[in-house]
Design a protein around this ligand. Sequence first.
Ligand code: NAD
Ligand code: TYD
Length: 349
Amino acid sequence: MTDAFIPKNIIVTGGCGFIGSNFVHYVYNNHPDVHITVLDALTYAGNLENIKPILGDRVEFVHGNICDAQLLDELVPGHDAIVHYAAESHNDNSIANPEPFVKTNVEGTFRLLEAARKYDVRFHHISTDEVYGDLALDDPAKFTEETPYHPSSPYSSTKASSDMLVRAWHRTYGLRTTISNCSNNYGPYQFPEKLIPLFINNIRNDRPLPVYGKGQNVRDWLYVEDHARAIDLIFHEGKIAETYNIGGFNEWKNIDLIKVIVKTVDRLLGRPEGASEKLITYVADRAGHDLRYAIDSTKLKEELGWEPTLQFEEGIEKTVRWYLHNQKWIDNVTSGEYQRCYQDMYNQK
Ligand code: NAD
Ligand code: TYD
């Protein structure tokens, strides 16, 4: 039994980042009657270019921080839902400097929950499978919604904390909430600090590919549009207070995935097969590096009928083509030029 929910006016936090911007495009393309307010602080990971072509009557951009209670007081009334993507999202950054992670992921989620409570707005929290910790490489188990939380990194522990806050706001105040915990996403508009866009760009530029440790760690990969479709479904038809795991049933050892990327980029650039394998460079392992993530999304399939649609080989091909065809996007990101988009559009100094 699900609660059908038909929002007309939603806030998407972090809608200029990788997954948030893909979701904004998805809603724009599939729900012509929905108005979207994107709230984004435009940190280094936020790129207004990602949604610039669709800004207008149906997609409005608000530059602001989710920790700003006063701003939320002005913004939230009149909206019927918040879909919360904004976060500090990169594990390596969280190891080097955890403070912004606690601020944005914990305090920011708290501020949003308070605003949602005050104005009785439905709340969906985008979270990660990393809250469950990691599995042994040879363990047949996968994470289910019942797996106890056991986060390893500053990033995943702040996401676990924010999930707990969401649950408490439902139980204590009756806030209408849902949570989704997703595996590693890939696709267009991902900041090239993450494995897949970083490696595509490095291969294109003949730069080393830094493989942490022995490259044996395993991740489950999901195409970002399949994630957007899952969120859309949970948001409309998911049951209040429930958590849904989202994953691709698509586990890859890092080194095997890297070889697929190398092969695909070489082929599309017309280089001899495997020519760029020489760029693979084993480097010191990430501190506390989670061994394996594997997610069981059976509940989402059985309750709401969701399944990933894109085969991995097809998704990787599509992704590599996107980065190669959008060299200006990635060059603007790596040079810092992308940060001018906001200044140019809003004529700020
Ligand atoms: P991202 O780093 O690409 O984007 C984050 C966005 O949030 C950026 O636009 C940034 O400007 C904005 N932001 C950061 N701090 C803010 C603040 N204080 N106020 C307002 N905006 C702020 O992240 P992503 O990879 O798109 O991840 C989005 C969400 O999905 C995160 O909550 C992350 O935990 C979750 N998630 C990510 C993955 C993945 O594979 N990347 C997998 C599962 C879940
Ligand atoms: P990443 O894209 O940072 O995502 P996450 O930490 O959320 O899984 O990394 C994916 C995997 O690739 C992870 O096991 C770490 C590894 N990795 C490298 O080996 N080298 C790199 O330069 C990066 C960024 C990641």
